[in-house]
Design a protein. Structure first.
Length: 135
């Protein structure tokens, strides 16, 4: 399950940036093995973000809530290390989750045979340096 896999990798990763990358990698791996669930996951995430009633109930909402909390905790640690600016954690969490979900969508729809690490690298480039070309 997604929760179990994320728990496992977060126990191993002590550096918060590495932990965030590991979390994104787990998402990619889980949906690579179960691609039919990705559209449902993304639709239900939108319902969660806008506090709309979920078709799948309280269990799905608790998964989203838990994952957002994990990401927020990791981002706070990265921010405390001075590797992120003074943006509100709620904003950074939403931005991070949306970037990871965009990477999931892109890989699923446009590059299904792309290496997971390439997809994670692209997401983190966008997350930490934006869409502008590297200097």
């Amino acid at each position: 399950s997604l929760r179990r896999r994320v728990d496992e990798v977060l126990k191993e990763e002590k550096d918060p940036l590495a932990a965030l990358r590991a979390l994104a990698r787990v998402y990619m791996e889980v949906f690579e093995n179960s691609p039919m669930f990705l559209p449902v996951f993304l639709m239900e995430k939108a319902r969660f973000d806008w506090e709309m009633e979920s078709r799948l109930g309280a269990k799905v909402r608790s998964i989203y809530r838990e994952e957002r909390s994990r990401v927020a905790r990791i981002l706070r640690k990265i921010q405390a290390q001075g590797r992120l600016g003074p943006l509100p954690v709620e904003y950074m969490t939403q931005h991070c989750m949306d970037t990871i979900h965009a990477a999931l969508w892109y890989r699923h729809r446009c590059k299904p045979s792309e290496e997971i690490e390439t997809c994670v690298n692209r997401a983190f480039q966008v997350l930490f340096t934006g869409l502008s070309p590297a200097p």
